[in-house]
Design a protein around this ligand. Structure first.
Ligand SMILES: Cc1cc2nc3c(=O)[nH]c(=O)nc-3n(C[C@H](O)[C@H](O)[C@H](O)COP(=O)(O)O)c2cc1C
Length: 183
C-alpha cells in the first residue's frame, strides 16, 4: 500500500510537515510495509497555461507520485480561513489532463485530511474549503475522521512538535485511512 502525503506548507519548521512526519510513524506502526512519503512540490511553478505542455519537470514528477499512490493524505495549514494558495496551485496542476492525454491523477483517489494551526479553528475552515475542491475533482474523501489541531505553537517543545493529547486522534485517523483504503 502506498500513501503520499501532501503538505500545504513549504516552511522549514512547518507544523503541518511535522504532523505529516508523525502520521508516517503511526502508519509504520500499523503496517511496516506501507510505503509512505511526503511529496516534494517545492519546485512546482505557478500555473500558467502557456507552460502547461509539456508539463514542467516538477509537475510531471508530482503527477507520477500521486498517480502511483493508493491514497493521498493532505496536511493543510489555514491561511485567512482558507487553505494556502500554494496548495491550490499544486492541486490545479494535478487537476489537468496530462500531456499524453491521460486523465487527471486525482479522480477516484482516496483522500484523508488533517491540519494544525496556532489559531483556535484547528484548520477546520481550511479543510472544509479543501473538501469542496477535492470533491469537485472526484477524489474519494474520508470525511470522518478528519483531524483538526488548534493552538499548535503550544505543542512545540525545543522546536519540535509534541502532539500530546492529539496523538491518539492521529493514530485513530491513520488506522481509519488504512481501513478506508482497504475497502
Ligand atoms: C497569510 C497567512 C494567513 C493566516 N491565516 C490564519 C488563519 O486564518 N487561521 C489560523 O489559525 N492561522 C492563520 N495563519 C497562521 C498559520 O496557521 C501559521 O503560520 C501556521 O504555522 C502555518 O502552518 P505551518 O506551520 O505548517 O507552516 C496565517 C498565516 C499566514 C502566513
Amino acid at each position: 500500500m502506498k500513501i503520499v502525503a501532501i503538505v500545504g506548507s513549504l516552511r522549514r519548521d512547518s507544523l503541518n510537515r511535522q504532523l505529516a512526519e508523525a502520521a508516517g510513524r503511526e502508519l509504520a506502526g500499523i503496517d511496516p510495509s506501507i510505503d509512505y512519503s511526503i511529496l516534494d512540490w517545492s519546485q512546482v511553478p505557478v500555473l500558467n497555461q502557456d507552460i502547461e505542455h509539456p508539463a514542467p519537470e516538477a509537475v510531471g514528477a508530482a503527477r507520477a507520485e500521486v498517480a502511483s499512490a493508493d491514497g493521498i493524505w493532505f496536511f493543510t495549514p489555514e491561511y485567512n480561513h482558507f487553505f494556502p494558495g500554494g496548495l491550490k496551485n499544486l492541486v490545479d496542476w494535478l487537476s489537468r489532463p496530462q500531456s499524453d492525454g491521460s486523465p487527471q491523477v486525482l479522480a477516484g483517489k482516496p483522500a484523508a485530511i488533517s491540519g494544525i494551526t496556532p489559531g483556535m479553528s484547528g484548520t477546520g475552515l481550511a479543510q472544509d474549503h479543501l473538501v469542496t475542491l477535492l470533491s469537485f475533482l472526484n477524489m474519494r474523501i474520508m470525511n470522518q475522521p478528519r483531524l483538526t489541531i488548534p493552538s499548535g505553537f503550544s505543542l512545540v517543545k525545543d522546536g519540535r512538535l509534541e502532539l500530546g493529547e492529539s496523538q491518539p486522534r492521529l493514530a485513530t485517523q491513520a488506522a481509519a485511512f488504512v481501513a478506508f483504503l482497504g475497502r
